[in-house]
Design a protein around this ligand. Structure first.
Ligand code: SAM
Length: 300
């Protein structure tokens, strides 16, 4: 018998706390992204090169496996103290002593985005016919495993609307899932960028695992090119701040696809982009919407 300790922390502490917990005696720490629909203020980051100023809105759920002999309060005190964080409330549950890795992995099943596009964890066999595209991705620290509606909406747009041989920029690439999907769906050239170096590395690894030729760089490494499709799944505040930059990356006649927007934020986002480009709701999913616009030659 082992014990699982489950708690939520601001996403910005996820990595440091995971490391500190392992040092303090945890057997393993699994991280689940959890974007709650709350009224908490959203992060104000968004300008290229700027670090997040607050991350109260994005929470991660940690599932920590410990030996029953481990003093849970002591372990949490030591780990939280090491990163100067208040010990959060937690729950525990008993788990049978068995192969915990397999237990964790079994919680992540292949996800169907469309009939032809699937996200398949690497420990699953791929199935299907020649027309089925299987993206091999593992849940990890970088956001983007296809289970979140905001990612799903972008993948559905790419599946349905990506122009043949388009060039694609994935702004806020996380795991690289959108860039990799775009390449597999026929994009001619794909580049992704993210302010999080760990996300960039994870995107590089995932592209390689999928045999997808895509380039990933930090925002500082972006050149000033234009793309037939720019897709950005971030959050409404960064999307507002990034409006001129993102529109600037869209080539004449190209498409801008925005996700990470709650339904109630639709009008403010459309208004924020109105001076640059008309945007409309393409599709909604579970309280989230995807905005799409096409740049005409007369709009700059
Ligand atoms: C919701 S995740 C999206 C990941 C993936 N594209 C997907 O659709 O699942 C948002 C990503 O945007 C990144 N991000 C946030 N602000 C950014 C900014 N100003 N510039 C570049 N990336 C940013 C975050 O680090 C995070 O990896």
């Amino acid at each position: 018998m082992w014990i699982e300790v489950i708690l939520s922390v601001p996403a910005e502490h996820t990595e440091d706390l995971s490391d500190a917990l392992m040092e303090a005696g945890a057997l393993s720490v699994a991280v689940e992204d959890e974007w709650a629909d709350t009224d908490a203020e959203q992060p104000l980051y968004g300008e290229p090169g700027l670090e997040p100023t607050t991350n109260a809105w994005a929470q991660s759920r940690l599932v920590i496996l410990v030996d029953p002999e481990t003093g849970i309060d002591d372990m949490l005190d030591v780990a939280c103290d090491a990163i100067s964080m208040t010990v959060p409330a937690y729950e525990t549950r008993k788990v049978e002593a068995q192969d915990w890795v397999r237990l964790t992995q079994s919680q992540f099943e292949p996800i169907s985005i469309t009939e032809h596009l699937w996200i398949v964890p690497t420990w699953h066999e791929t199935e299907g016919n020649a027309t089925r595209i299987n993206l091999r991705l593992d849940p990890g620290l970088a956001f983007g495993t296809g289970s979140h509606p905001t990612t799903r909406l972008c993948l559905q747009w790419l599946s349905a609307e990506l122009p043949k041989d388009a060039t694609v920029l994935d702004y806020g690439c996380g795991s690289g899932i959108l860039a990799i999907a775009a390449k597999k769906l026929g994009a001619s050239k794909v580049i992704g960028t993210d302010i999080d170096p760990q996300a960039v590395q994870s995107a590089v690894d995932n592209a390689s695992a999928n045999d997808a030729a895509a380039q990933f760089v930090l925002p500082d490494g972006m050149s000033s090119g234009q793309y037939g499709v720019v897709v950005a799944n971030i959050l409404s505040n960064p999307l507002k701040l990034l409006a001129p930059a993102l529109v600037g990356y869209v080539a004449d006649g190209g498409h801008l696809v925005l996700s990470g927007i709650l339904e109630r934020q639709t009008n403010e986002l459309i208004a924020a982009y109105a001076p640059y480009m008309p945007m409309h709701v393409w599709r909604a999913d579970d309280g989230w919407i995807c905005l799409v616009g096409q740049k005409t030659t007369s709009v700059n």
